[in-house]
Design a protein around this ligand. Structure first.
Ligand SMILES: [Zn+2]
Length: 178
């Protein structure tokens, strides 16, 4: 690693420590020529992932987009930023493990939903409602059928009313169902 001040190729490492929650190593170095100090980071190299949108357009995978959507879905649910960061890490790692470098945006959305469902049901429904662009209450009902831990309301008589009641209960409860 060249010195950024004098471009001398040799330096010595003064200190190495884990950074970015263990995802990188930070090294403090001293140039053997000018004795000035600089910092380097060592990270695993990730192969870029291309996302194929429903329009057919391609763009590179952007974790901040996913994170932004999840932060919105998780407002007032008790899910904290660290949990969400970890979840995005999991999703990204999962995508990295795949042999295909091109992934449909729909597949990523479903992956987010799977992870959110395990983390928090309110967040799951909120994300699903935006992501799947629910057309009506029946779509909510379909999503709710995938959930298991919320009992239906006794007063509701049709599937749609049940779904609606369960949904409002979920959205107003704001609690974490872990
Ligand atoms: Zn130097």
């Amino acid at each position: 690693m060249q010195c950024p001040f004098c471009q001398h190729p040799n330096n010595r490492v003064l200190e190495s420590r884990s950074a970015e929650s263990g995802r990188s190593i930070r090294r403090r170095r001293e140039c053997l020529e000018c004795n000035r100090r600089f910092t380097t980071y060592e990270r695993i190299e990730y192969v870029p992932i291309t996302v194929v949108k429903s329009s057919g357009d391609r763009e590179s995978f952007d974790r901040t987009k996913i994170l932004r959507g999840m932060v919105r879905a998780c407002e007032k649910t008790g899910v904290n930023a660290i949990e969400l960061e970890a979840l995005v890490d999991d999703i990204e790692a999962e995508l990295q493990q795949r042999s295909r470098r091109e992934i449909d945006s729909q597949e990523i959305g479903e992956l987010v939903l799977q992870h959110l469902q395990r983390l928090n049901e309110v967040a799951y429904v909120r994300f699903a409602s935006v992501y799947r662009k629910f057309q009506g209450i029946q779509d909510f009902a379909d999503a709710l059928n995938h959930m298991h831990s919320v009992p239906p309301t006794a007063a509701a008589s049709t599937n749609q009313e049940v779904a609606s009641a369960r949904l409002s209960a979920l959205l107003s409860s704001g609690s974490n169902h872990n």
